[in-house]
Design a protein around this ligand. Sequence first.
Ligand SMILES: Nc1ncnc2c1ncn2[C@@H]1O[C@H](COP(=O)(O)OP(=O)(O)OP(=O)(O)O)[C@@H](O)[C@H]1O
Length: 230
Amino acid sequence: MIILDGKDIGIKFDDRWLYQKVNFQLIQGHNLALIGDNGVGKTTMIRAMLGKIPLTTGEFVWHDNVNRKIAYVPQYRPDMQAFPLRIRDFVGLTFDRGLRPWLSKAEKQRLAAVLAITNLTDIADNRIDNASGGERQRAYLAQALVSNPDILILDEATANLDNVAKYALMDVVRNYQQKYQLTTIMVSHDIDIMQKYADEYLLLTANGSEYDMIDHLDVTKLKEGGHVLV
Ligand SMILES: Nc1ncnc2c1ncn2[C@@H]1O[C@H](COP(=O)(O)OP(=O)(O)OP(=O)(O)O)[C@@H](O)[C@H]1O
């Protein structure tokens, strides 16, 4: 099911167009890879989709009965702030508890389920500031999933992870996605990850855009254009 139609999207800052006439769709339960050079406007496209900045031309048409709870997983950076918290407490930070310091029974169950699906159960009592990069990134993913989002944004979430950790992260995303029909937008420069995990791609360039099924992505052209890491 199509949940969002991007129609003739154009964004201009001052006198400079980032892009014009961008057309694409977001399909429920699918993973859309958002591709393009640094500075082309990938983050801007996501911010516009979330209604945070206005479009210069075109429109986003959301399907009427679509819930739009959004969760976000940032890029892992080795120097990123890590908290002196157990992994389970870090993941549980997402719950809106108001003034209540404890978790309800339903919240505890949700937390346990998400720790299991992100393969963190066995290390849930370890401190997050002692965790490996891959474990820490899975904890960020778990924190995003705890809120039971409809749309998950992975913003270069596999960058700076080793090969084992990045596939482990994306396997968790894919399993969750298939089970719960989660829609994902994945900003990425990693061609192998895109080809393995994306369903469609949206390539943004200063000279136009391309939206298609991932199997139709012309990797040679992308590499020649320098749009991806090889
Ligand atoms: N509010 C704004 N006003 C003016 N210019 C902006 C604004 N927001 C973003 N830009 C500019 O738009 C361009 C696109 O930025 P954006 O962060 O969307 O690119 P990106 O493709 O996500 O880049 P990267 O891959 O480096 O994260 C940049 O040149 C940025 O400086």
